[in-house]
Design a binder for this molecule. Sequence first.
Ligand code: ZN
Length: 306
Amino acid sequence: MKELSRLVVCTLSLLIAPILAAREIALTFDDAPTPDSALMTGQERTKRLIDALVAAKVPDTLFFVKADYINSDTQKRLEHYAAAGFHLANHSYSHKSASELGTLDYPSDVYKAHLLLKPLKNFLPYHRFPYLHYGKDVAAITSLQQSLTELGYKDGYVTIDNFDWYISSLLTKAAEEKKTINYDRARKFYVEMLYESIEFYDEIAKKSLGRSPQHVMLLHENDAAVLFVGDLIAHLRSKGWKIISPQQAYQDPIARNFPNVAFHKQGRVAAIANSKGIPESELRHASENTEYIDKAFAKAGVYVDL
Ligand SMILES: [Zn+2]
């Protein structure tokens, strides 16, 4: 009897282990190569981000390129990412909303980016919609998916949405206004807020899929990432998360589960949850809101009064 119960416990733990132990996440960076800011030049940004990712032993990342930012100088930055072993992907040419451009003009915009990207080393045919706007309704979404497949692209979906771009914009704005920033507090704020969004979407996944999938996190090639991504990675690892490559994450079965809903702007996990009846209002983290961040940022004492 004892043997039998031991066997049952053993079998159960084997079944449950992959569900509980998954906690795997890939990092992706949108809008590369971003322009100079008050905190650093674009060139510095690329160099420091590569240094941070290499120091953190990140196996790979995808940089989703906004192709109209490419010129002879910025192309060198993309080449540096590729030379460091990271990969490049398509984030459209003009970064306009597919819901506004529509089913004829949006694929043309993506193709224009494709022509600039395809000669670059380490380019992979993944595409991500600006603002995660997949189309204005289900019919447009279906049509755009078909056009992108015909162009040879896979969907570069995310599962973890957040407002990292807004935190970064507050930091660069503060630097423009010559405000003094307490970087330790800013770091803590960035890490905690992004980590909360990861756990939030992972909980939604566990509820709607019954498991934790291999996640894809949306970040941007911005100053906040340069300053704090190493700390975010260290925090993730301290909580049992493993950093994987985006190519590995896109092997997860959710890559083949494109839900037939209009709601895609909070990422794939939220879209799947929505297709299973969970309302949109429950699928967006409170911090995905500029007013919320403004208040929380001030409360955290990120700005130092002179
Ligand atoms: Zn973007």
